[in-house]
Design a protein around this ligand. Structure first.
Ligand SMILES: [Zn+2]
Length: 192
């Protein structure tokens, strides 16, 4: 087995993605393609805006890629959910079926609402890439930073402002019912 590896050693695997991150020109091309920009000069303009927020070209490309992937994932999932709702409405069902279906539909509706909310956030993040405010904390104006954005590209607060916001939320939540499990789980999932 070990002898075979020498032959394929020369072939550079898909890790070439890392290589193109260093290649400035292809990054302009990639951003143009992903955002359907009219020209690579436009990509260059967006790179300069991002640089002002402490984001290197390769980092912006990665973040835009992540945002678009998440959008696609949701849009694809939505089609399945909508198809699901459709079949359940068309089916003729007895009462028990109807009840479980209502339950099921309630759940799919809640899921759809959460997905729609996430889609809006993702679109907003893209809008910010276009206008150059992507990566800027809406609370205090500092750079959010690549580390936080790569974990959560829709973040619009820096970690300090976010923690402050959560602290206030927790304070105002005292005496009220605790946050729903779904919400907590949802925000944890989107971070990871
Ligand atoms: Zn902040």
């Amino acid at each position: 087995m070990g002898t075979k590896t020498t032959k394929s050693k020369k072939e550079i695997p898909v890790a070439a993605a890392g290589a193109s991150v260093k290649d400035g020109k292809s990054l302009e091309a990639r951003l143009s393609r992903m955002l359907r920009l009219p020209s690579e000069e436009e990509a260059d303009r967006l790179f300069n805006l991002a640089k002002g927020r402490g984001l290197a070209k390769g980092q912006l490309v990665l973040l835009v890629e992540t945002i678009l992937q998440e959008q696609n994932k949701i849009v694809f999932g939505k089609k399945i959910i909508e198809g699901d709702l459709q079949t359940h409405q068309d089916d003729r069902m007895d009462e028990a079926d109807q009840a479980s279906s209502d339950n099921h539909q309630g759940m799919t509706m809640r899921m759809a609402n959460r997905e729609n909310f996430k889609l809006k956030r993702l679109q907003r993040a893209l809008d910010k890439v276009y206008d150059g405010s992507f990566g800027e904390c809406e609370g205090c104006g500092v750079d959010i930073g690549f580390a936080r954005l790569s974990a959560r590209p829709i973040a619009d607060l820096c970690i300090v402002c976010k923690e402050e916001e959560e602290r206030k939320e927790n304070l105002s939540a005292v005496g009220r019912k605790p946050k729903s499990m779904g919400q907590t789980l949802g925000s944890k999932l989107s971070v990871g």
